[in-house]
Design a protein around this ligand. Structure first.
Ligand code: GDP
Length: 490
């Protein structure tokens, strides 16, 4: 081991991939990334997936489970000591025992689950035993949106960010920050207090975009909203500046200092994340809360499309010199899934799937990923509702039944978190295009259909017949699982 300590960091990182591969020869391993913007449903997805695997849940679309080839499933210590462990047990306690949603992802975490299985390949009759470890890596989508920064200098980053801030509703939200920027002379000597104030108003702007009533998708720098362990760090004290007319900033100026901090953010925050985590993934699922965006109107839908486009660009090997040169392995399968499908009646699920496809398809085409290794679906990691029909004036309406969370209101009625209710959830249009129209008018008018969207408590999970084993109900979690790891258990 002594010899390793003499190697430069970079070499150690490169070695990581080799070590991963060597280890994988002895114990086959797959690294599965789970990402999505905050509140998209990452924590709930991983918790339910792992719980269903560990407890023999209903997974008919996951072939190895359906055909009874999985003999043993267990959690094992993860290989990366420096990464926090995904708090599976705590999350399950909240979900199952307390019927509360677990605490959401705030930083990167990891969990290893190992499956023993009988291989279906070979001569059929002679099944051979196999073993696969899945390292699930949970990380904020906000961090992923930082990767494009690696190919942008401070000037380009500033131009892009300021141009977008002047657009649509962002125009209103960015007024304070852009106003404060206009009062500063970028050529004046750098002043720490002024820099900090500007970074603060910039962060407030990013936060306002992300707020519940706007639901715009986040812009980089991602750590401004999801700082992880960098909370309060000077690495986060910068803000974009308008470009200097003559192009050069004097030494020691505000502009020069912001540029230096931006570059430091890239090399100390973005690059390490890229190398140590992202570049080592084999498969990826991207979760999106499309229903929330639809509820907030056309601009939020467009914004989600833009963010998703940026995310998808990260998965294309060779998309930029910098990214591809550092990629020694590549992600060969990506699932893009709209979560929380249990908020809709199943008749509307194809519409949610069509919307999701529409959200990614242009990005897929633009970056040349057409047809290759991308699967789109609508799922619910935890099904918090069940379906029913009600008769209203002689017509039968499909409804969903669940327990609204305490404090949720429907038609002026506030719920206590215990009482169940049936609601007609509304529907999405068959052709999702209409959800994207109307942005040109620059108005805040909502053209989207109004969905009846309330937060439900996790479902009751009494084991049927007093059995000890219980499995978390879900929608199409097994389909995602089949695409993400099914082939490795063949
Ligand atoms: P994260 O920030 O991506 O980790 O998001 P979480 O997994 O914490 O999910 C955010 C919230 O979305 C949860 O607190 C739930 O209210 C809701 N949610 C997530 N997944 C589901 C689901 O499958 N069904 C329902 N009904 N709600 C969900």
């Amino acid at each position: 081991m002594a010899i390793l300590t003499n190697l430069a960091d970079d070499a150690l990182i490169a070695l990581d991939n080799l070590t991963d591969r060597a280890a994988s020869l002895v114990n086959p391993t797959i690294r599965l990334g789970v990402t999505g913007l905050s509140r998209a449903g990452k924590t709930v997805f991983i918790s339910s997936l792992v719980h269903n695997l560990l407890n023999g849940g209903r997974l008919p679309l996951f072939e190895p489970a359906r055909s009874g080839r999985i003999s043993r499933v267990r959690l094992e210590p993860q290989p990366d000591d420096a990464v926090p462990r995904f708090q599976y047990e705590e999350h399950i306690r909240a979900l199952v025992s307390e019927r509360l949603w677990p605490e959401s992802t705030r930083a990167i975490s990891q969990l290893r689950i190992t499956l023993d299985y009988e291989s279906a390949s070979g001569w059929g009759r002679f099944w051979s035993p196999g073993r696969l470890s899945v390292d699930i890596v949970d990380y904020p989508g906000e961090w992923l949106l930082d990767l494009p920064l690696l190919g942008q200098d401070f000037r380009t980053f500033s131009d892009n960010t300021i141009a977008l801030a002047r657009n649509g509703v962002r125009h209103l939200l960015s007024a304070d920050w852009l106003g404060a920027t206009a009062l500063l002379d970028p050529r004046a000597p750098a002043d720490e207090a002024a820099t900090r104030r500007l970074a603060e108003t910039f962060t407030l702007y990013l936060r306002a975009c992300k707020s519940d009533e706007r639901s715009l998708s986040t812009l980089p720098p991602g750590r401004f909203l999801m700082p992880g362990d960098l909370e309060g760090s000077p690495a986060l004290t910068f803000a974009p500046l308008p470009n200097l007319p003559d192009g050069r900033a004097p030494k020691g100026s505000l502009w020069a200092m912001m540029e230096r901090r931006y570059e430091a953010y890239k090399s100390h925050v973005v690059k390490p994340f890229f190398r140590e985590h992202f570049a080592r993934l084999d498969r990826q699922i991207v979760l999106i809360d499309a229903l929330q965006a639809v509820n907030r109107g056309t601009e939020a839908v467009h914004d989600l499309e833009r963010a998703l486009g940026d995310v998808m660009a990260c998965f294309r090997p060779g998309s930029s010199g910098l990214l591809s040169s550092m990629l020694t392995r590549r992600i060969d399968r990506v699932v893009v899934a709209a979560t929380k499908a249990d908020h809709l009646h199943h008749e509307s699920h194809p519409h949610l799937e069509a919307l999701t496809r529409r959200l990614v398809e242009r990005a897929i085409k633009r970056i040349g990923l057409s047809g290759a290794g991308v699967e789109v679906m609508a799922l619910a990691s935890v099904r918090a509702t069940r379906e029913a029909t009600v008769n209203q004036d002689g017509t039968t309406l499909p409804v969903i039944v669940g327990t609204p969370m305490a404090g949720e209101t429907i038609n002026g009625e506030t719920f206590d978190g215990n009482r169940k209710t049936a609601i007609f959830p509304g529907d999405l249009p068959e052709n999702p295009d209409s959800l994207f129209q109307g942005i040109e008018s620059n108005s805040e008018e909502r053209l989207a259909p109004t969905l009846n969207f309330v937060r439900f408590r996790p479902p009751e999970m009494d084991a049927p017949g007093g059995e000890l084993r219980l499995s978390i109900p879900h929608i199409r979690l097994d389909r995602a699982l089949q695409y993400l790891i099914g082939d490795r258990l063949a």
